[in-house]
Design a protein around this ligand. Structure first.
Ligand code: ATP
Ligand code: LTN
Length: 353
């Protein structure tokens, strides 16, 4: 990737905020809410692909803290998980020299564009979002307006960088589709302002299920029920979670999501963790018992996460480095985001400063 001065930046005395990607690689934007410890689900569904894509795209990866507060967060915990998440992104293999790693609230243009896009998004569209329906059921005492308009902020996150691709798990597909609808509506009125983004959803690993309830998604806000494995979990905790994983009363290790959701989930986890295909995994364990299989899946996950945990721990001890990463990241992100925001403000008729 090539960094260069943004147009109209002073040629002398420029600093990092004037730097933008200058090559014609396609652009990626994605993010995760720092609403808890990162899980195996977000790793296999999203971050693992971010790392694979980061060599061929210009990438923006953020901590979506503005999104996190749609559900009540303890302020001290939110600060800690945000910092931990940055360390974990880097530990997973995202090089801050090649990728723009930043905290969403450090780039105010996201919230500013979200306001404008709110005026181009319909109440009916937002009412159909399944994440809103799920979260309002789970947080019945706090169905706030932010929870409802959350997909508009997500659209702003994506469109402000003119992203081509948005690597996410299956649960976010609907939000990326809505982003395209909003962009299309806006472009229909003002001309080609926004690029239309595509979701990038992995074939295997797009929906890792809870180990305790394999019919519902493994989710960091449901960490307490034992169905979740976190990136920073110790090997013995990971092994225990897999040993206790819910399966079924048969004995056959076969991929069949409807009839055998628990075993299918474990096969999926094993396949992505080892880079094997699901049929290869089925063959490997043909005729073996569930106990041996669960042990092998646990061991594969322990080995997958061990370097991530160790490197994240090392990075977390170096707060000055993490601060440098997110400060420079926000400056680079803001340079790109402000360009789109200025264009949008001009198009809708705001007087330019
Ligand atoms: P929360 O419980 O706070 O809603 P979450 O655990 O669902 O959080 P997110 O921050 O919403 O995690 O998701 C981060 C990214 O990881 C998104 O791209 C999402 O699609 C993906 N992801 C999350 N959980 C899974 C999962 N179980 N399987 C595959 N991908 C997932
Ligand atoms: N909505 C996502 C997190 C998120 C995101 C984004 C993902 C916020 N903004 C932009 C991709 C692109 C979630 O709940 N997992």
């Amino acid at each position: 990737m090539v960094w260069g001065l943004r147009p109209h930046a002073p040629a002398s005395n420029h600093n990092i905020k004037d730097l933008i990607f200058m090559d014609d690689r396609k652009i990626i934007l994605s993010g995760i809410k720092p609403s808890g410890a990162l899980t195996l689900g977000s790793y296999l569904g999203a971050i693992k692909n971010w790392v694979e894509l980061s060599d061929t795209y210009n990438c923006y990866y953020m901590m979506a803290d503005l999104h996190a507060i749609t559900v009540r967060q303890d302020p001290a915990t939110l600060r800690r998980t945000t910092l931990e998440q940055i360390a974990q992104y880097i530990a997973c293999g995202l090089d801050p020299e090649k990728n723009v790693i930043f905290i969403q609230s450090h780039v105010p243009a996201h919230a500013e564009l979200a306001w404008v896009l709110n005026c181009y998004t319909m109440f009916g569209e937002l009412s159909r979002m399944t994440q809103f329906k799920d979260k309002s059921q789970k947080n019945a005492d706090n169905i706030n307006a932010g929870l409802f308009t959350y997909p508009v902020l997500m659209a702003a996150d994506i469109l402000i960088y003119q992203a081509d691709l948005v690597p996410v798990g299956d649960d976010q597909k609907q939000h990326v589709e809505l982003t395209r609808d909003i962009a299309n509506r806006f472009n229909g009125v003002y001309g080609d302002v926004f690029k239309l983004p595509e979701p990038f959803i992995p074939k295997v690993g797009a929906r890792i299920m809870s180990l305790q309830d394999p019919t519902s998604k493994m989710s960091k806000s449901e960490i307490d029920n034992g169905g979740c494995v976190c990136l920073m979990d110790k090997p013995e905790d990971i092994m225990r979670a897999f040993k206790r994983a819910v399966t079924d009363s048969e004995t056959e290790i076969r991929y069949d999501v409807k009839a055998k959701p628990g075993i299918s989930n474990l096969l999926q986890i094993y396949a992505v963790a080892t880079g094997k295909s699901i049929p290869q995994a089925e063959q490997e364990f043909a005729g073996q018992g569930y106990g041996t299989f669960k042990q092998a899946v646990g061991e594969a996950v322990v080995e997958l996460l061990r370097p991530v945990r160790e490197e994240a721990q090392r990075l977390l001890a170096d707060k000055a480095y993490l601060e440098k990463v997110y400060t420079e990241g926000a400056q680079k992100a803001a340079a790109a985001a402000n360009r789109t925001l200025r264009k949008v403000y001009k198009k809708v008729g705001f007087i330019q400063k």
